[in-house]
Design a protein around this ligand. Structure first.
Ligand code: C2E
Ligand code: CA
Ligand code: CA
Length: 576
């Protein structure tokens, strides 16, 4: 029984939350009662004043009392109209009942008592009824539209589950009411490989199948606790658990979700076996703050994902890195606010050791002056939705420096900048780059934009369109980290690009065995057939350099010939 009342409570909380999204809200019942009382009071006044022969003195003029009847009559009609506008269906029913009583009374006055002075009143009454009906049906249309908007705003389009916005709102409500709960983040293991091998459509259908299994448990109360399931993004789901008696209850519930997912999923005759990693944390024990709590669940989820054992569920413990997560988020915000983000330039050379140009690498320091790795702060900026601000800052600082260097040295060298796909997909990316070129004066053919291969393919169509726009401006496009993602040259054919950057991991493997060397050789020759220039990244050793020379690599970038340099050192290098 308790579960039912709790379910009602949950619905109510979510309903309250969703209501706050509505533009037109319904007035509370007390307003309807007040309007009804006002209506009857004014209607009574009308009937008392309408037939009165008395006069009152206003100023020094006598005014007939019955002349006030019109005012009160208008007021009573106004009450009726307000009921329909502000009190929804109840207001509509109340106003129809009132009018159904009112109009026959006027008719009786006219036809039985021969009181023809009420004829205008009858006319106004009929008009009011028409107004009531028109307003009511109009409101219904608006309500339906709002309902649709509300659903769209809170529902994930692919799975039909509540989306990240709805999850956040529910968390806010629970935290506001201090209701103990467990938040869990569930991430499907190696989901990318399903997308890679079977395509996005199939990937989406697997996600939908997973979502339905989660929803089935939550909606039918199969776990014994009160659960809410939503989709955070991509292959991440969120689980909010309440009404548990012990930590054991929580573990059992989470285990049930985990098991449900691992059962075979069959789509169009294909069998999929998916597994998920789940991290969870308790409110308020682990944290009373929403964002920390969620980052704790993610930290726990990542921790278990990185462990190679058979366990897939992990509770947050303070040793985990979530604090670092929050710390780095704050660092990124501060660095952008205080404009302390800067850049290094790593030289790229052709095989004769002549300078091709520089890759711009973002840099950030912590309070003690130690460097923070871009591998940490770039993902943080992406998570915070600040990557475009960060990129923008780095681009402008580097471009202004580079333009000046070109002027001073007259060198014919390239500047390569990194673009996160999240940034590139923003509608004004092309305009941003156009402005960068025109304000700095760097010739378009001397600017190269590096985009990571794997992420490109996830939004292939739009990406290809943006890249075409950039190429039309005369800018070069480099596919970065080639070999870490799809490693498919045929994919690259669909992207208008000029340069292929082979990832360091491939270069490293070259010295380990001849197969890897042959593989890199094949990539280079195919790339040449497709008219790509090839840059080998992360070259550290002489052996690697010689091998790359032997297999016709065009350029190298690596510690062997140049580490990332400060702007000053890069200038010294160019000026000789
Ligand atoms: P990336 O684009 O692949 O950049 C090359 C990374 O490899 C740089 O690391 C560079 O320092 C390192 N590297 C180059 N040669 C060698 C070598 O011989 N040995 C070793 N061990 N490492 C080498 P860094 O600076 O830590 O950058 C990491 C990643 O951060 C970059 O990888 C890039 O994806 C991202 N990143 C850096 N700056 C920006 C930026 O301004 N915007 C965006 N969106 N991403 C950036
Ligand atoms: Ca790069
Ligand atoms: Ca790279």
């Amino acid at each position: 029984m308790k579960r039912t009342s709790e379910s009602v409570k949950e619905t109510r909380i979510l309903e309250q939350t969703l209501n706050s999204l509505e533009v037109r809200r319904q007035a509370p019942r007390s307003v309807l009662i007040l309007l009804l009382v006002l209506y009857f009071a004014t209607a009574l006044t009308v009937s008392l004043t309408a037939g009165s022969q008395k006069e009152i003195i206003i100023g020094s003029n006598p005014v007939a009392v019955y002349t006030f009847a019109g005012i009160f009559s208008s007021l009573s009609n106004l009450c009726i109209i307000f009921m329909v506008i502000f009190c929804g269906k109840a207001g509509f029913i109340a106003s129809i009942i009132v009018m159904a009583l009112h109009i026959p009374m006027i008719l009786m006055g006219i036809f039985v008592k021969g009181n023809y002075t009420s004829l205008p009143g009858l006319f106004v009454g009929v008009l009011t009824v028409i107004a009531i009906i028109v307003i009511f049906y109009n409101n219904r249309k608006i309500d339906k539209y709002q309902l649709r908007l509300r659903e769209q705003a809170t529902t994930d389009a692919l799975t039909g589950l509540p989306n990240a916005f709805a999850i956040t709102e529910l968390l806010n409500e629970l935290i506001k009411h201090n209701t103990p709960f467990v938040a869990a983040t569930l991430d499907i293991n190696d989901f990318k490989s399903i997308n890679d091998t079977m395509g996005f459509d199939m990937g989406n259908r697997v996600l939908l199948a997973v979502a339905l299994r989660l929803k089935n448990i939550a909606d039918n109360g199969l776990s014994g606790t009160l659960d809410f399931v939503g989709r955070l993004n991509g292959d991440e789901f969120s689980l909010i658990i309440r009404d548990y008696k012990s930590d054991d209850d929580v573990e059992k519930t989470i285990k049930q979700y985990e098991t449900a997912i691992t059962e075979k999923i069959n789509i169009d005759g294909y069998d999929f076996f998916v597994a998920a990693s789940i991290g969870y944390a308790f409110f308020p024990t682990d944290s009373a703050d929403r964002d920390s709590l969620i980052s704790y669940t993610i930290a726990a989820m990542k921790e278990i994902k990185h462990m190679s054992g058979s366990e897939h569920i992990q509770r947050f413990s303070p040793e985990m890195k979530a604090e670092d997560h929050i710390a780095i988020d704050n660092r990124v915000r501060e660095a952008l606010e205080n404009d302390t983000v800067f850049f290094n330039l790593q030289p790229q050379y052709d095989m004769t050791h002549s300078l091709r140009g520089f890759e711009v690498l973002a840099r950030m320091k912590d309070d003690d002056g130690a460097f923070i790795s871009p591998a940490d702060f770039i993902p943080a900026a992406e998570r915070l939705g600040l990557i475009d601000v960060l990129d923008h800052t780095v681009y402008w600082k580097a471009a202004m420096f580079f333009a000046d260097l070109l002027k001073k040295s007259g060198a014919d060298i390239m500047l390569s900048i990194n673009a996160s796909v999240k940034h590139m997909m923003k509608s004004d990316f092309i305009e941003e780059i156009r402005a960068l070129l025109s304000e700095s004066g760097i010739p378009a053919k001397q600017l190269e934009i590096e985009i990571t291969e794997s992420i490109l393919i996830e939004s292939a169509e739009k990406a290809a369109c943006i890249l075409r726009g950039l190429k039309d401006m005369g800018i070069r496009i480099a596919i970065d980290d080639f070999g870490t993602g799809y490693s498919s040259l045929s994919y690259l054919n669909s992207f208008p690009s000029d340069t292929l950057k082979i990832d360091k991991s491939f270069i490293d493997k070259m010295s380990e065995n001849t197969t890897s060397e042959k593989y890199v050789e094949a990539i280079i020759s195919l790339a040449h057939v497709m008219d790509f220039e090839v840059v080998a990244e992360g070259v550290e050793e002489n052996g690697q350099l010689e091998t790359l020379r032997g297999i016709s690599c065009d350029y190298i970038q690596g510690f062997i010939w140049g580490r990332p340099l400060s702007a000053q050192d890069a200038e010294a290098l160019v000026m000789g």
